[in-house]
Design a protein around this ligand. Structure first.
Ligand SMILES: [Zn+2]
Length: 246
């Protein structure tokens, strides 16, 4: 760690502004290897587009865009408001979504949503991801696991999307996993009324990301960045989820 608080070769280069980089360079407290590592990082956007025709759980509030000021009506700027269920597109569920006294993101740490993750493919199994589907994954696991269940993301609502078996959530928790991401709208089946996996997330203080688009992502380890908005009292938040090469 140098005087500028920057940990070299740790992936933190991306948050170094050019101003700080200049001062940093002047004092020779970086190495060329650091800079090359930063420069070579690849980024994958794993967030589906949020549009008015976007997929959502039946009954959820769709995305709507309302114009309150428009150039075409002689106004000096375009100004809109939006309404949407926060469960549209790539999103993080807040614990208050599934626990009576759960917290919203204005009270929660963002650290689970940024850091090393592992993408695993589970496109072969039917309906539920069980512990037996996880046991070939090399250990130890990083604190974040993203599960790809679709070969190709559906273009219409899929009532039979794959979900996770409660035992698999417990197994992941025992391996030290703190965040589970999935490319479906929920880690519980669409018709589940008891939501056992969401209840386990609450019991284990784990976090979840849903509706990711992992279609183009090979299995392997990445850096995940998927920060929820600091929404007070909301049950979820949209995230712009990206992966970076390590
Ligand atoms: Zn959700």
């Amino acid at each position: 760690m140098c005087d500028h608080g920057i940990a070299h070769c740790s992936g933190q280069w991306s948050i170094v502004s050019w101003g700080i980089y200049g001062r940093h360079k002047k004092q020779n407290c970086y190495t060329m290897r650091d800079w090359i590592l930063f420069d070579m990082k690849q980024i994958w956007d794993i967030s589906p587009e949020i549009s008015t025709g976007g997929l959502l759980f039946p009954g959820d509030e769709p995305y709507r865009l309302n114009w309150t000021s428009e150039f075409s009506k002689g106004n000096p700027l375009n100004l809109c408001s939006i309404t949407l269920s926060p469960h549209i597109g790539a999103h993080a569920d807040a614990p208050l979504h599934y626990a009576e006294n759960g917290k919203s993101f204005s009270e929660l740490d963002i650290l689970p949503y940024i850091g090393i993750c592992r993408v695993i493919h589970a496109v072969e199994y039917r309906l539920l991801l069980e512990v037996m589907h996880l046991q070939n994954i090399p250990l130890p696991l990083p604190e974040r696991i993203l599960i790809r269940t679709y070969r190709q993301q559906p273009s219409a609502w899929d009532q039979g999307f794959k979900a996770i078996a409660p035992d698999a959530i417990t197994w992941l928790h025992k391996q030290g996993v703190k965040l589970i991401g999935i490319d479906t709208p929920s880690i519980d089946p669409a018709d589940s009324k008891t939501l056992p996996c969401h209840k386990l997330l609450n019991a284990y203080d784990m976090r979840v990301l849903e509706n990711l688009n992992l279609e183009a992502i090979p299995e392997g380890d990445y850096e995940l960045i998927a920060l929820p908005l600091k929404l007070d009292g909301a049950c979820a938040s949209p995230v712009r989820a990206v992966l970076r090469s390590l």
